[in-house]
Design a protein around this ligand. Structure first.
Ligand SMILES: NC(=O)c1ccc[n+]([C@@H]2O[C@H](COP(=O)([O-])OP(=O)(O)OC[C@H]3O[C@@H](n4cnc5c(N)ncnc54)[C@H](OP(=O)(O)O)[C@@H]3O)[C@@H](O)[C@H]2O)c1
Length: 311
């Protein structure tokens, strides 16, 4: 019986951690880094960030494609044989990172940190009466794994929570909206909106001028999903018009953002280079080892991507 082969084709520094975790926790599995001396015809599992067409063409025994990212919108699905399921990364490190970042951004907007920073720059000692958390309406777009984890943490602060999703969801303590008809009513009650939708054809420029205009005056936008879901020109226009108070963007379109993009210099925009969460090699390798064991037992796998929907 051949030993199921695992091939890793992504960042080599992190790959060294993956190799160490596999050696310790799954010595029965052959694990190789690419490029290297892996017997390609025996590779059953590929762990990769991109779908490398020429490498994939050399893997006749491939059974699963594990993407090292939580989002798969960058993948060239056509390069991966149609019978090979694509599994996106679901690991505790990503969830913790996104929850931390979303909490940071929501609390900063709630407690008016950008405004106080501006005042400090002007040597201005000017308190503003704070709003109680229960009076602050925070909405999350996308009630998947990450959206729900964020809502759960935000609930602890006592915010008035709402959420929007493709299919209808019921979450205790969260006013849920769904479908195309639910979007504008949801946005109309979001003082702070956090986007955690996947980047797909259906979410492309979802937050456009009309949707941003539906947000209450003075609202804040936090984008943690994908840059393609937000019309950045419409965002700048809404900020410049004073309709929106601020935006925190961890994702942009394109990435990296070109040096002359106006978002860089916008006084009401805070940008980070897609760092809300990074796949942690130690926890991710452990998750993939468990998934391979489940796959060998014929069990369904968490994170299996629906290629037609694109997430
Ligand atoms: N910034 C970062 O560092 C970072 C890190 C990790 C992930 N992300 C992004 O976060 C996204 C979400 O991750 P996740 O793990 O929560 O994914 P997930 O579990 O697949 O959840 C996605 C949710 O979005 C909903 N949805 C999809 N398309 C929709 C549409 N057109 N309209 C309304 N709702 C829609 C889905 O609804 P249904 O269940 O009804 O289909 C699902 O509830 C990822 O795709 C990735 O792009 C960013």
């Amino acid at each position: 019986v051949p030993v199921p082969g695992v091939l890793y084709h992504a960042d080599p520094v992190r790959g060294a951690v993956w190799r160490e975790v596999f050696a310790r926790r799954a010595p029965q599995l052959r694990f190789d880094l690419w490029p290297g001396d892996a017997p390609l015809e025996e590779v059953r599992y590929l762990v990769a960030w991109q779908a490398d067409r020429s490498l994939l063409a050399q893997l006749p025994a491939l059974e699963l494609f594990f993407c090292t990212g939580a989002g798969v919108d960058h993948l060239d699905f056509a390069a991966i044989p149609s019978q090979v399921p694509v599994i996106r990364m679901i690991e505790p490190g990503i969830v913790e990172g996104v929850v931390e970042y979303a909490t940071l951004a929501v609390l900063a907007a709630h407690r008016q940190w950008p405004l106080y920073l501006e005042q400090q720059r002007r040597t201005q000692w000017q308190p503003h009466v704070p709003l109680a958390a229960g009076q602050r309406r925070v909405g999350v777009l996308g009630l998947g794994l990450l959206g729900r984890a964020v809502l759960e943490r935000l609930a602890g602060f006592g915010f008035a929570l709402r959420g929007w999703n493709r299919s209808a969801r019921k979450i205790a303590g969260v006013e849920c909206f769904s479908g195309a008809a639910g979007l504008l009513p949801c946005l109309a009650g979001c003082d702070i909106v956090v986007n955690l939708l996947p980047g797909t054809a259906a979410t492309h420029k979802l937050l456009d001028a009309e949707r941003l205009a539906a947000l209450p005056r003075g609202a804040h936008v936090v984008n943690l999903g994908r840059g393609s879901s937000l019309d950045a020109r419409a965002l700048c226009a809404a900020l410049d018009a004073g309709h929106l108070a601020g935006a925190v963007l961890d994702v942009t379109d394109p990435e990296p953002l070109p040096p002359d993009d106006p978002l860089w210099q916008h006084p009401r925009v805070m940008l980070t280079p897609h760092i809300a969460a990074m796949t942690r090699p130690d926890t991710a390798a452990a998750v993939v080892i468990d998934a391979i064991a489940q796959h060998r037992r014929g069990e369904p796998l968490r994170g299996t991507v629906d290629r037609a929907r694109g997430y």
